[in-house]
Design a protein around this ligand. Structure first.
Ligand SMILES: [Zn+2]
Length: 592
């Protein structure tokens, strides 16, 4: 039994034997020393380098980034697995301070790349020796108009530790510290937040509502902290916008994503124009559940095949089979996550919520964190995170600066992996009731990654714009949240009252400004890719793989073009929603 539980914990010893190990200490010290050397060698000299010199500097910088990253990755994993452990807390804080110091030491390098005169830069960029870094260099220079002198950049970074980063840490620790008491089957028991959210997939409507309300009410009880965190994060952002001369709250994200604001606006407007598709589905689902109208706690309720649950071993086999059926070569890559115990499976107190896959450098293996409770959604999450894992492994042939896929493409392999799982499950199922439930789950998933993320993005946008006018009361934040959700749900879904606090647990708002539209972007891109796969069959696979392998070596638009996708085509986004409409029609035919 003990052994079985151990197998569901990840094994971080290939990184370091323990948090107290000499190896970890050595790496902290060595990375700091190398950063000093790099600074000594290149400070004030980068802009004068010729192509050969710049290449050498970039390679040294990349090696250094890998060195600096490894202890931080380790600390992050330990803290995510148990944020209540004092050793993990101390290590995580140390790694954050270390990372901050290293970033301050090294930020001169990119500032000096920005300072290269245009003409010199044009000839450097054309030099074949720098071909591997052409996109990197161009992306650095995109921030040129928004960058401050080194000393100021250093000070801002330094104050982040006690500013935005500190609030972000408080948010994580507070949220992970909650345990909840709820009565189920006449017995009061303790649950983690993730377990409560897992009940949204339970067949009993009263239990779904009770679990979600219990979860949200705890957040309401901590409204002082949550509204302070949200206010401070947004104020911090608006000050940064002002200092750096950005015009809108979303602009830094768009510049980083290499996507023009009008393209993002079109993505959002097309999503809004299709909200009626979601409402149409919600009304249909109410009929399937024999309810007059859905509450928002009914959206993920199981249909037909009620309450089916999966063991982790079953989930593993399904996900492996789904990836193998697409491309047998992916089998060993996916299997290695299980064989090498790079997945932390079960929810427990002190463990971070949600799920993630962490890939840090091309030479370190990625790790996956789950909060597996056994429903179909959890199986899909496993497929999702292993999609990220596959992406990291395939991009491992890139060098460090080209390794991390740009944000808009970061969710491509993950969302595609979920699609593969659904297709595999549908193909191996003959029972129309089960097929119905699978199709519902897929449609709900698409709704969650497109429309819901659009709601989140609109909310985040209003939050930042209103914060410019002054402090936001928690009541006001609740109203903004409610209004944006209401635009999606309309009269098709009744929101339960505690859902006013639904904003307070979404960590993307805290950790990464305007991350959420990446999900909408990725889902619609994947629907197009998937349609191409259905049309082209096996010929599609190498084109798809080219996207994953390219990491960050190209811009998002150039990367998508590798698979024949034109992100800028005016009807591109609508095609994704047309695919969703087809799925809903398919469901309606099946369920009649
Ligand atoms: Zn993801």
């Amino acid at each position: 039994m003990q052994d079985a539980i151990t197998k569901l914990l990840w094994d971080t010893t290939p990184l370091y034997p323990s948090p107290a190990s000499a190896e970890l200490e050595v790496d902290f010290v060595a990375a700091a020393t190398e950063a000093e050397h790099f600074r000594r060698d290149y400070l004030g000299k980068t802009a004068e380098l010729d192509a050969a010199g710049l290449l050498q500097a970039i390679i040294a910088y990349e090696i250094l980034q890998e060195r600096v990253g490894k202890p931080q990755m380790y600390a992050h994993l330990l803290f995510a697995a148990d944020s209540e452990d004092d050793t993990n807390k101390a290590l995580s804080q140390r790694a954050a301070e270390f990372g901050n110091l290293m970033a301050r030491q090294l930020l001169f390098f990119e500032l000096e790349i920005m300072a290269i005169p245009d003409e010199t830069f044009a000839s450097l960029s054309a030099d074949e020796r720098l071909a591997n870094y052409r996109h990197y260099l161009a992306s650095v220079r995109r921030f040129r108009a928004h960058t401050l002198p080194e000393r100021e950049e250093q000070l801002l970074k330094r104050k982040d530790l006690t500013g935005a980063d500190a609030f972000s840490r408080l948010f994580d620790e507070l949220s992970a510290s909650f345990s909840y008491r709820m009565t189920i089957d006449g017995e009061e028991r303790e649950f983690t937040g993730e377990e409560l959210l897992g009940f949204l997939h339970h067949p009993d409507p009263a239990l779904r509502e009770l679990a979600f309300a219990t979860f949200l009410k705890r957040h309401e009880e901590n409204s002082i902290v949550y509204s302070a965190v949200f206010n401070d994060i947004t104020l911090d952002h608006s000050q940064e916008l002002e200092l750096r001369g950005y015009e809108s709250p979303m602009e830094p994200t768009n510049v980083g994503n290499e996507i023009e604001a009008p393209v993002v606006e079109r993505l959002m407007a097309v999503s809004e124009a299709n909200y009626s598709l979601a409402r149409d589905y919600f009304r249909f689902k109410a009929g399937l559940l024999k309810l007059p109208r859905l509450k928002n706690t009914d959206i993920y309720a199981p249909v037909g095949e009620t309450g089916r649950s999966y063991t982790f071993a079953e989930a593993k086999e399904l996900v492996l089979a789904a990836y193998r059926s697409f491309n047998p070569d992916y089998g060993p890559i996916i299997a290695a996550f299980f064989d090498e115990r790079r997945i932390d499976v079960l929810p427990r107190p002190g463990k971070g919520g949600g799920a993630f896959c962490m890939g840090m450098t091309p030479t370190l293996p990625p790790y996956v964190l789950l909060n597996f409770t056994g429903n179909l959604r959890d199986v899909a999450t496993l497929a999702h995170e292993l999609g990220h894992g596959l992406h990291f492994v395939l991009a491992g042939s890139q060098t460090m600066l080209n390794y991390h896929a740009p944000l808009p493409l970061a969710e491509t392999a993950s969302v595609f992996g979920e699609m593969l799982l659904t297709r595999y499950l549908l193909e191996n199922e003959t029972d129309p009731a089960v097929k119905t439930s699978l199709l519902c789950a897929k449609i709900e998933d698409i709704i969650a990654t497109t429309f819901r993320q659009n709601v989140l993005t609109r909310f985040e946008e209003r939050l930042h714009l209103e914060r410019r006018e002054g402090l936001l009361t928690s009541n006001r934040i609740c109203s903004l949240w409610w209004e944006e959700n209401d635009k999606l749900y309309g009269d098709a879904v009744e929101m339960i009252d505690p859902y006013r606090w639904g904003w307070s647990y979404i960590s993307h708002f805290i950790h990464s400004r305007f991350y959420c539209y990446s999900y909408t972007f990725a889902e619609l891109l994947v629907l197009s890719l998937y349609r191409n796969y259905l049309n082209e069959g096996a010929a599609f696979i190498p084109r798809y793989e080219a996207i994953l392998k390219s990491g960050a070596a190209l811009s998002p638009a150039d990367t998508a073009a590798l698979a024949g996708i034109d992100l800028l085509a005016p009807d591109f986004w609508q095609k994704g929603y047309d695919f969703l409409r087809d799925l809903i029609d398919e469901l309606k035919k099946l369920a009649i």
